[in-house]
Design a protein around this ligand. Structure first.
Ligand code: FMN
Length: 219
């Protein structure tokens, strides 16, 4: 699937059907998670058929329905950007497999999450997964000029990278990141707010996909 089609198809989904994750999809996600953990030193885990962390209370903003599967983003402290980068890599693999998702920092029951947390590790946040009742909706977006120094005449790869970053999920849709280019190197910085380092990692993963560059693009 074209990477832009994939990123455009992904929206946060908070209500899921009771259809269990297909065995083949679980195996494919497991392979992606293993590759991410190996590369990053994180301890991301797929938790299936465990509804407790999302048991419905009173419906409020950010409340979930029917969520029984999630990614537990576990790993050492101080790796917020890496959680964003690798978590989004698994999210887009899930999207490719027809599985919907939503990043969740706050609106779940952290104490009920079934994750293995080793010595020196913490549960950073989770990502809800499942087959959605709907495919979600497009988020409102800042413009390229709001988040970067990109101007007319700049290389296509740079503009495409920023367009891709603007398709990324961010906490409360804040899009608090900034990209600046110096030749073939790009500096990406977080703004101020909640979860901004995780958001930055997510946006950087999108930037790489959209621009076609690898990690060596970062200044
Ligand atoms: C780091 C992070 C934390 C988030 N935490 C929550 C949350 O606690 N509850 C929730 O309902 N949505 C949460 N979201 C989902 C965002 O609200 C959503 O990504 C944003 O509104 C953009 O919408 P989209 O994902 O459909 O593009 C979070 C997203 C990110 C990236």
């Amino acid at each position: 699937m074209d990477v832009f089609d994939l990123m455009k198809a992904r929206h946060s989904v908070r209500r899921f059907t009771d259809r269990p994750l297909e065995a083949e999809a679980v195996a494919a996600l497991g392979a992606e998670i293993d590759a991410c953990n190996k590369e990053s030193g994180l301890h991301i885990q797929l938790v299936t058929d465990e509804p407790e962390a999302f048991q419905a209370g009173k419906p409020t903003y950010g409340s979930f329905g029917g969520c029984r599967n999630y990614l537990a983003l576990v790993g050492p402290k101080g790796r917020d950007e890496a959680f964003g980068y690798y978590g989004e890599r698994v999210v887009l693999r899930a999207q490719e497999l027809g599985i919907n998702s939503c990043w969740v920092a706050l609106t779940y029951k952290k104490g009920k999450a079934k994750a293995e947390v080793g010595p020196g590790e913490k549960l950073h946040m989770v990502i809800a997964l499942g087959y959605g009742e709907t495919q979600g909706v497009e988020h409102k977006s800042k413009s390229i000029a709001d988040v970067s120094d990109c101007k007319d005449g700049d290389p296509d790869w740079y503009r495409l990278g920023i367009e891709a970053a603007l398709l990324a999920p961010t906490a409360i849709n804040q899009q608090k990141f900034r990209f600046e280019r110096n030749g073939d190197k790009v500096k990406a910085r977080p703004g101020f707010g909640v979860c901004v380092k995780t958001d930055l990692g997510i946006a950087k993963y999108h930037f790489e996909l959209g621009s076609g560059k690898d990690r060596s693009v970062w200044a």
